[in-house]
Design a protein around this ligand. Sequence first.
Ligand SMILES: [Mn+2]
Length: 502
Amino acid sequence: MKLKDLESYKKIVIQCHDNPDADALASGFGLYVYFHQKKIPVTFLYSGPFRIQKSNLVLMIKELEIPVEYIEKDSLSPLGADELLITVDCQYGAGNVTKLTAENAAVIDHHQPETDALPLTLIDSGCGSCSTIIWRLLKDAHFPVSEDERLATALYYGLYTDTNQLSEIDNPYDKDMRDELPFDKTLITRLRNCNFSLDELEIAGVALLRHIFNEANRYAVVKARPCDPNILGLINDLILQVDMVDKSVVFSELTGGIKLSVRSCVKEVRADELARFLTEGMGSGGGHMEKAGGFISKRRYHETHPGVSVETYLSQRLDAYFAEFDIIYAEESPADVSGMIKYRKKRIPAGFVKSGDILPEGTPLLIRTLKGDVDISVSDDVYIMIGLYGDIYPISREKFEYSYKPAGGTCQIDASYTPTVKNLQTGEMHSLLEYAQNCICLDEAFIYAKPLERSVKVFPLWDNSKYLLGKRGDFLAVRPDDLHDIYIIEKDIFGRLYEAAL
Ligand SMILES: [Mn+2]
């Protein structure tokens, strides 16, 4: 869906969820500014039992001049056939937004799909905020977002608050928006410092009085009364500092579902991956290695875990998590290839970039992909391989020359986000594909591999601080010329890239 698809109506009403948060306000504001500039009559409203009272939101509306109106449920008037309702940061017909009768409705949201999709729907649950999706739509429509400081600040603050002060970001679009928007720093500082009330301070205090602690797996689970997600992160940062606790989950039960904050301070557990594990099939989770967050839909939870308390669910799920994984430190011990089969890499073109072609030797680079950011330092001996799905990994020139040869032509990938490369000294960003050339695997590229029967975390040779996660059915692979070079190939990709070598 593009903004253009929404422009053919006589009038547009933007509605965000009841009890709006900063992300909902920023998202509605972004659309409002766009349609207003297009000279289409537009209003932005919210309903529900309560008017906005939170001090940071009141300040945000006032300082950024967000033209949002509160309409009581009984005063909502139905929309006609030539009018369009757009719900932002929520879904038309869902429980957290007062229903306004409309013949035409569109949905822009970043939560898990809750309702049957309407024709005009854009939901990307991978984004940390709905503001990010609005920003993408505005950019796609060539709207100069960065020239409007009030709008830029609103969108930035929407992402900031929905991702626990940006600590729970992992989507590349979120990172791009964070890096690109020219926001008002002074105002963000003011907003940050009127973020919660004395009542919320008390919620934090009460939550800390009770906890579940598991000594064997060194985790804690804490329940907080319904509150703003920022409070959960604040409580959790404190809990993680306890000497016996290495991982912790703080949650609260809200009207629409369960909001989680997840923390880890050991490299064997990535908080973002644990958040995904805890919310799997019922919501979404993600973030950083140490700080992450998640949301579980109430409806999905009750369907799959009827009558189970959230504390019980989380403790059992955490125990399952710790029982599930084997850990391999590639640097420390070579792979045991006895149960593995030899595979030949199919001769499918892949992309590669000589890092020395991008910038001068020694320049620190950040390469952003759908699967995360990778840091490298430019060197004539470091090449970057680009897989069919936009996955990237560094390879030494020597290994490259042994296994591949340049094949000419432009490199094409099949991914929803094209890897970007950022010069960490200047902040300049480019598409990695600008520098890419095709290459094909020489005949003699073989690997040993076997499908995994249990989940495994591999700390690869090229980075022993971050693991690669392999799930049951994925393949554990190792290069015959270096039995320490152990990695994971996802099961969906394996068959397309490898064939058994007879
Ligand atoms: Mn949101």
